[in-house]
Design a binder for this molecule. Structure first.
Ligand code: FAD
Length: 384
């Protein structure tokens, strides 16, 4: 029997299993695909915190600011002293998995989990291994199997990801001239309740949009904007932006996208997923020491991850709900009110992609008109 089973070979799963293995546990990690990191469904933007957690050579660019485009075509450039990293996501996932393997994790590829049963004695997982059904047992299980998590569906049937955006992205062989700024497009032309982006990733660029019930129309608008984007691939997927109330149960925990532990404002889930993976490893270690794998004891996991990022995710969630209702007219008014050097300086000093609420509140305090536009979004007559 194994000590722990981790389902999913993404960053949350591998980071969790490497922490468990480094505590001396016998860990098996199951990944349904035949290689780690494929297919890529990500822009790869992360803070420096992430690359301090993983030794990686997947960095393809470092950006220091953003061009934010408003619906009327107006744009502001925001600089940042602190760099934001652009990763080659498949390579990054492989580096996290390599850390896990080097700690002794048994990583099994082509291993698709299709059933899980917990009992007083253990957890039993059935998975498809090259067409054959296999069974393994362990003391505990961590579901790190993404937004469509089968672990969640089987073990947490009464819990749903209540707020999910859909995202589409083109990876393009067209190199963006400005390699130092991410482009962010606000408004209804490209998104519904979220935003679109164009990210310079060295010789490539990544053009994407996310939104609620997003139609392909918005994606086409973005695609057309870049005229000949020299498409290499089109990817996309759901991004859960609200976390589950109880991602813990008998012998089981959910981490990362499987639990909706993602930044609501940006859809970034690599950092938050890895933080939750680490906290899940700590909770499971304590459960093992006390021989207590009850859901009640494992609720400790919720306190651990929330202590680090819970408050931020809650704030961001509230801000995102208001943001989603902002009209093009109000976006334009906001754009006109944040052009001053003073506001740009605030963004520069307080801005942090992992903790964005700080900068939002700092700007709102100095520009009360933004609060009005966010709380009472206005429409121009022809927008009605
Ligand atoms: C278009 C797009 C752009 C994004 N851009 C960014 C960004 O710039 N920065 C950022 O931080 N985040 C970004 N995200 C979000 C980020 O990709 C996720 O939050 C992150 O991948 C979550 O990691 P995870 O390990 O929790 O889940 P995943 O990366 O989804 O990994 C889950 C793994 O589980 C495996 N799996 C699933 N089911 C089973 C099964 N039954 N059996 C075995 N294995 C299974 C899957 O194959 C997968 O490998 C983006 C998302 C999208 C869709």
């Amino acid at each position: 029997m194994h000590d722990f089973i981790v389902v999913g070979g993404g960053p949350s799963g591998s980071y969790c299993s490497q922490h468990l293995a480094s505590k001396g546990f016998n860990v098996v990690q199951l990944e349904e695909h035949q290689s780690i990191g494929k297919p890529v469904e990500c822009t790869g933007l992360v803070s420096k915190r992430v690359v301090s957690m993983v030794k990686t050579e997947s960095i393809v660019n470092r950006v220091h600011g953003a061009n934010v485009f408003f619906p009327d075509g107006n744009h502001i450039q925001i600089g940042k002293e602190e760099e934001t990293i652009v990763l080659e996501r498949d390579r990054f996932d492989q580096d996290v998995a390599a850390m896990a393997i080097s700690r002794g994790v048994e990583l099994r590829l082509n291993a698709r989990v299709n059933d899980i049963k917990t009992s007083d004695e253990n957890v039993k997982v059935t998975f498809r291994d090259d067409g054959n059904l296999k069974e393994i047992r362990a003391h505990g299980i961590i579901g790190a199997d993404g937004a469509n998590s089968i672990t969640r569906k089987i073990l947490f049937p009464d819990q749903r990801l209540s707020r999910v955006v859909s995202a589409y992205q083109i990876d393009s062989a067209k190199k963006l001239d400005d390699q130092d700024n991410v482009n962010v497009y606000l408004g209804s032309q490209y998104s519904r309740g979220y935003f679109a982006w164009g990210t310079p990733a060295g010789d490539f660029s990544r053009l994407g949009t996310a939104g609620f019930g997003l139609s392909r129309e918005k994606f086409k608008n973005l695609y057309k904007k870049f005229l000949e984007p020299n498409k290499v691939s089109i990817t996309g997927g759901p991004i859960p932006i609200s976390f589950l109330k109880k991602p813990f149960g008998e012998r089981s925990l959910l981490v990362g996208d499987a639990a909706g532990i993602v930044k609501p404002l940006s859809g970034g889930g690599i950092y938050t997923g890895m933080v939750s993976g680490e906290k899940a490893a700590i909770a499971m270690e304590m459960a093992y020491e006390r021989e207590n794998f009850s859901g009640k004891f494992l609720s400790l996991y919720n306190r651990l991850w929330k202590r680090e990022i819970g408050r931020e995710l809650k704030r961001d969630y509230r801000i995102q709900k208001m943001y989603a209702k902002i009209t093009d007219y109000s976006f334009n008014s906001i754009g006109q009110s944040i052009t001053s050097e003073r506001i740009k300086r605030i963004i520069n000093t307080v801005g942090d992609i992992d903790y964005p609420s700080r900068v939002v509140f700092s700007i709102m305090l100095r520009r009360p008109s933004i609060i009005r536009n966010v709380l009472f979004p206005r429409k121009k007559i022809d927008e009605e």
